[in-house]
Design a protein around this ligand. Structure first.
Ligand SMILES: [Zn+2]
Length: 80
């Protein structure tokens, strides 16, 4: 009976270590993705979010011409 318990514990431990390695890999992957994305300021039209410019100016869309506003980096990750 004791042998069975030891085997169960051994299986449990190996399973846990595999999980730990897996979660560590996931965390480092997320960090890499964040580092690759450069943090640069962009300007966008309040009425047209698809308009993006790397410098301030006016919206190029016809019948708009609104002053472009600084686009804040997304703090919350939008749910996909
Ligand atoms: Zn616009």
């Amino acid at each position: 009976m004791k042998k069975v318990t030891l085997m169960a514990i051994a299986i449990l431990f190996s399973g846990m270590s595999v999980l730990a390695v897996h979660s560590t890999t996931l965390v480092s992957d997320t960090t890499k993705t964040k580092k690759v994305k450069p943090a640069k300021v962009q300007y966008t039209c309040p009425m047209h979010p698809d308009v993006l410019s790397d410098k301030p100016g006016k919206c190029p869309k016809p019948n708009c011409g609104m002053t472009l506003v600084k686009k804040e980096p997304a703090k919350k990750k939008a749910a996909k």
